[in-house]
Design a protein around this ligand. Structure first.
Ligand code: ADP
Ligand code: GLC
Length: 483
């Protein structure tokens, strides 16, 4: 079976969040189970300037975008693993960020990603790839089924491939004004109520939803949540019509990257058999943020957080709760970037509690690992969360997640019982400050009992959220489509 996996981010080449982690790990897990995978992503500045191995294949593709015909260069990764092509067009992708600057999205995003998606189809045809399945992800690839059907000129192609479309986050739909529709060169009939049209605009994600043969999202609970007005972001009706082809498949963890026994980015390795290295990691983390060391022999819990600083991640709740959280005897260490108002408030917290609150604004992979390793509790109060990966990484690092019961957080985290002998995290139901604080207090209370806490950590660290299991579920879907 041959799969073309089209995605706009892959770790380590370029990443803004969990999408890139999926782009890195799922194709590898698929290959391990005998599926042939070709990945295609844009060649951003981070890739141009980074030191990953890449070569120019010499192949050039002519890609019509409205009235212009632009040339795409096709580069290829030299890394082991699935064949990976990078679509190079410096006019579109040699930029500081992937999609936006802090204050606004790039204003040519539709044109940029029409170009990318057409280049994917043009590349498949130039190489006569003959894929069985094209697996597209999120809004940046939502129009791929159209270009597979109509061709890059919009004159017809005749699709032989089946399309699987995965929604990683319904909050980002790729909505653009109708005036930009001509960049697609698609027939105007595609801009219809049951196609790409959405309240007079183009909706890229809607395209993927209506035209894909199978639709997936990244947890079972999110698969049902998105059928409701609260989580459907206006697409609940469209998704309701597509419910028959919608499946929830929870993400996995790449344990070759996220495991404290082999992680070279942390201060000391550790495992469920011997957690002493975690203390070294904690000490290093507090020093890294220049926080005041606790008194000798005193255990003071460290709350960690690694997050995009956006509404989705529960930043509003945290902003309201922070004074009360810091009334407790705790440290808080936070890494993130995103909306300006949230970045500012995080910096304000670091000034307000200089001895106990550490903040790093920006994207820093090594620090993300060091926080996972050095913290005791991982804070993830997301308002909604399609899957969430950090709670899963935290489990492996013995850093007990504190989460809001939503989407993938609800699917993967089981509340720790009163006697603490069952469960893997702390979970609150109502999205309120009281619920968050109540749950934190429970966590802090249990933390005082060192033996109990250690038992919880060991249990969490032994949990398996491997990609093998998720890959099997995707393969079953692919096979269903091909049978
Ligand atoms: P989302 O994709 O919604 O951001 P996930 O939990 O699925 O949430 O994945 C987040 C991923 O992005 C994790 O690998 C996390 O470590 C990483 N990440 C998020 N923010 C940062 C940051 N500021 N620096 C480094 N890594 C980050
Ligand atoms: C999105 C979601 C996140 C999910 C990730 C990978 O960014 O916000 O919950 O884990 O995609 O699927």
């Amino acid at each position: 079976m041959k799969i073309v996996f089209a995605i706009s981010e892959i770790t380590p080449y370029a990443s803004t969040g969990g999408l890139a982690d999926v782009g890195a790990a799922l194709p590898v897990a698929l290959e391990q189970q005998g599926v042939e995978v070709i990945r295609i992503m844009p060649m951003y500045r981070r890739l141009l300037e980074g030191d990953s191995l890449k070569t120019d294949t010499g192949l050039r593709l002519n890609v019509p975008v409205g009235l212009r015909t632009l040339q795409a260069e096709v580069w290829q990764s030299g890394d082991p693993g699935p064949v990976t092509y990078f679509i190079r067009k410096d006019e579109f992708f040699d930029r500081r960020e992937l999609y936006s600057l802090p204050e606004r999205d790039y204003d040519d995003n539709f044109e940029r990603f029409v170009f990318f998606q057409k280049a994917v189809v043009a590349l498949m045809d130039a190489l006569t790839v003959r894929a069985d399945i094209v697996h597209a992800n999120d809004w940046e690839t939502g129009l791929i089924p159209y270009f597979l059907d109509y061709g890059i000129q919009g004159m017809g192609r005749g699709r032989k491939e089946k399309v699987v479309y995965t929604i990683h986050n319904l909050a980002y739909q790729g909505i653009f004004p109708d005036s930009e529709f001509p960049y697609s060169n698609l027939p105007y009939s595609c801009f219809a109520l049951d196609e790409l049209e959405f309240y007079g605009n183009i909706n890229s994600m809607k395209g993927g939803i209506v035209r894909a043969d199978k639709l997936t999202t990244v947890s079972k609970r999110y698969a049902s949540e998105i059928l409701t007005p609260e989580f459907g972001c206006g697409l609940e009706g469209v998704l309701g019509d597509a419910e028959g082809k919608l499946h929830g498949i929870v993400n996995g963890v790449d344990y070759t990257t996220w495991d404290p026994s082999t992680d070279i980015l942390i201060a000391a390795p550790y495992s469920p058999e011997n957690l002493s290295g975690k203390k070294t990691c904690q000490k290093a983390l507090l020093e890294r943020f220049e926080l005041k060391a606790p008194q000798a022999n005193k255990r003071v819990p460290v709350i960690g957080m690694v997050s995009r600083l956006v509404d989705q991640k529960g930043m509003d709740l945290l902003a309201e709760a922070m004074d009360r959280i810091m009334e407790e005897e705790v440290y808080f260490v936070l890494l993130g970037s995103g909306q300006e108002e949230y970045q500012a408030i995080c910096q304000h917290w670091a000034k307000k509690w200089p001895e106990r609150f550490g903040v790093y604004i920006g994207y820093h992979n090594g620090l993300a690992h060091q926080i996972e390793a050095g913290a005791d509790i991982f804070m993830m109060p997301s308002r909604f969360e399609p899957c969430g990966l950090n709670q899963l990484y935290s489990l492996r690092y013995g850093t007990i997640p504190l989460v809001h019961a939503t989407g993938g957080l609800d699917d993967t985290i089981e509340n720790i019982s009163e006697d603490a002998v069952a469960g893997n995290g702390f979970k609150f139901e109502e999205y309120t400050v009281q619920a968050l604080l109540g749950t934190l207090q429970k966590a802090l209370f249990i933390y005082q009992d060192q033996a109990k806490w250690l038992a919880i950590q060991k249990r969490a660290m032994k949990e398996e959220f491997s990609w093998d299991r998720s890959a099997k579920e995707y393969i079953a879907l692919y096979e269903e489509l091909l049978s």
